[in-house]
Design a protein around this ligand. Sequence first.
Ligand code: PLP
Length: 391
Amino acid sequence: MFEQAIASRMGLLHTESAFQILAKARALEAEGRSIIHMEIGQPDFKTPQNIIEAAYKAMNDGYTGYTPTPGLPESRKAIADYAAAHKGIVTSPEEIVIVPGGKPVMFYTMLMLVEPGDEVICPNPSFPIYESCINFAGGKAVSLPLTSKNDFRLDVDYFRNLITPKTKLVIINNPSNPTGGVFEKEDIEAVAEILKDRPDIFIMSDEIYDRLVFDGNVVSIAKYPEFKDRTIILDGFSKTYSMTGWRLGYGIMHKELAAHMEMLMVNSNSCATAFNQIAAIEALTGPQDMVEVMKNAFKERRDWLVAALNEIPGVNCCLPKGAFYVFPDISSFGISSDEFADRMLNEAGVAAAAGTAFGAYGEGYIRLSYATSLDNIKAAVERISGFTKKL
Ligand code: PLP
């Protein structure tokens, strides 16, 4: 009805299909079907109680109004201290902008840096909202393919060849959604080496899963002094502290860039929720044992799931080092990822995302989120195994 009225730029935006699959799965459930949910990327744990109590107390203490646009000074300070302790990055409160979730950092980064015609190097497969935001800003997403052949790590030569005079921004997501793969220290150093003579190229480093690394740690490119000022770190509370619905994230960037992000914030959100910002301090400075409990549970599930998937003839799954996704190769079945995921939902009652929901290079894969109980995972593997026998 309003087709003529809608601004053409709206056609540049794409959705996140995990939410669409969830809606389909819920519709099947409403018909009485049993569905195991492995499509959505949110931890299946309650937010730790100390954080909930801190928010409740903050509400009672009057933190219910607007805050300064980039965030409360004490919350920005807690984030700066956290970045020093956990990422090894020396920063300060004026380099922090607190926003409602991790997602706004990607949207604002594209809006403030990308001009029509600019190229943004973007891993493929990757979080679909990157490309959507790049397109919205008028930029061109240039794919950096990730494949299971090298455990979804950086292909250094391929990356080098993607750089052109038009390259404005490079996106790193470490560990990665949807692959669970990790760029090792030498991959990050290779990126740094390639970009060292191009100070006009910025980096958006999405580190939202950086506390969910099972073997060792990941390194932020912002740790290298010559990259600190041209890197925008995206991080937040959704995954580490199981706070997806709180909508709380932040960007870390040079204070001149932070002023522009603040301008986008004042024009869209005014500020992030006040009492959540106080709870954020408790999350970052309070006991971290629940983060470890969650990580250990994810690791146990990952180990079980990868071994079980590899027992299914035709399925090939590498061991992801981080996040809470596996990205098995299902290409041997000779049907598209889309058809595989669709039929697996309809015929076997297991909801998962097609690899192509994350870009063309996701063809031949599906993404399963193991942010669900081990019992559910075991039941899902049994269903997947039965389903693949019929293909
Ligand atoms: N970055 C990646 C790679 C993600 O997978 C997600 C969420 O799934 C986000 C950012 C956004 O997180 P938030 O829910 O805090 O906006």
